[in-house]
Design a protein around this ligand. Structure first.
Ligand code: ZN
Ligand code: ZN
Length: 305
């Protein structure tokens, strides 16, 4: 399963319809939160995304992206959480997050493990690697790529039978890419019986950023790109001034990077009820599927084939 629930899709200020930034990404045994703006814990409840978060990945430490984490960890503690919580954020953030999340009141019921990350670093998780890349914003920001581990190639039972491999445990070994030894001492290799491994799914989340070549490079060919689109064409100058992107610019990044699908988020309050305009402007650049996220939107990411 690779399932996204958009918990907050507003930029800088919340509106009646849109909460501040927060994205739930559920993948196998992992449940990531990408950013955790104010009110995120209530959004997790509201949309049934669950409190079993295994890691929070911050894109940067602007208040609209982190304030919600303070209350969320307190709630988890009140619920008696025991499992450690991993927190990743771009350098420099260690001291700040340590104080923010652990400081002050009663001790927490669980451990918070804060780790600063540098662009290009690889964070190993269960079934995937998280890779932050350097984006362009007012304070040290990163985007996050979730690269799922490759999947074993397709298994051809008829070829296994032809090669004289009896059904059972040995089939599993071949599927895992290992040679097997038969009863008569013959060794059968997986090549020809099992197709080469298939790449896993790729998801990228930009966080707040100007459009930049590093993003195009980092998100090349991903299955789904979640890119900020704070403004529309009319506010292009404002996008430059505040180091955000327009929907059209997000569309351009998606096209240049050859991504499969694009989701726009982090909308300025003036587009709160006019998502269609942003969609059209992005679609003017990007020929693939474009969607403007709304709070509670669920996206299931299937396998590429
Ligand atoms: Zn923001
Ligand atoms: Zn920001």
């Amino acid at each position: 399963m690779l399932r996204l629930v958009f918990l907050g899709t507003s930029g800088a200020m919340p509106t009646a319809a849109r909460n501040l930034s927060g994205l739930s990404v559920r993948h196998g045994r992992e449940h990531y939160l990408v950013d955790c703006g104010e009110g995120t814990q209530r959004q997790l409840i509201r949309y049934g995304a669950g409190f079993d978060v295994t890691a929070i990945c911050f894109t940067h430490l602007h208040a609209d992206h982190y304030v919600g984490a303070i209350g969320f960890v307190r709630t988890l503690s009140m619920l008696g959480r025991e499992r450690p919580l991993d927190v990743y954020a771009p350098v420099p953030s260690l001291e700040f997050l340590e104080r923010l999340l652990k400081g002050g009141t009663d001790p927490l019921s669980f451990e918070i493990r804060v780790r600063e990350v540098e662009p290009g670093e690889r964070v190993r998780r269960d079934g995937a690697t998280l890779v932050p890349w350097a984006t362009r914003h007012r304070i040290a920001p990163v985007g996050w790529v979730l690269a799922e581990d490759p999947r074993p190639g397709r298994f051809h039972p008829e070829r296994a039978r032809e090669a004289g491999v009896p059904e059972g445990e040995l089939w599993g070994e071949l599927q895992r890419g290992r040679p097997v030894t038969l009863g008569d001492g013959r060794v059968v290799v997986p090549e020809g019986i099992v197709d080469p491994p298939r790449r896993g799914r790729l998801l990228a989340v930009s966080g707040d950023t100007r459009p930049c070549p590093a993003t195009v490079e980092a998100v090349r060919g991903v299955d789904l790109l979640v890119h900020e689109a704070t403004f529309g064409d009319a506010e292009e100058a404002r996008a430059v001034e505040t180091t955000h992107s327009t929907a059209r610019e997000a569309g351009r990044v998606a096209r240049e990077a050859g991504v499969r699908r694009l989701v726009l988020t982090h909308l300025s309050s003036r587009y709160d009820t006019d998502a269609a305009t942003l969609r059209e402007q992005a679609a003017g650049e990007f020929p693939g599927e474009v969607v403007v996220a709304h709070d509670g939107m669920v996206v299931e990411l299937g396998y590429p084939e």
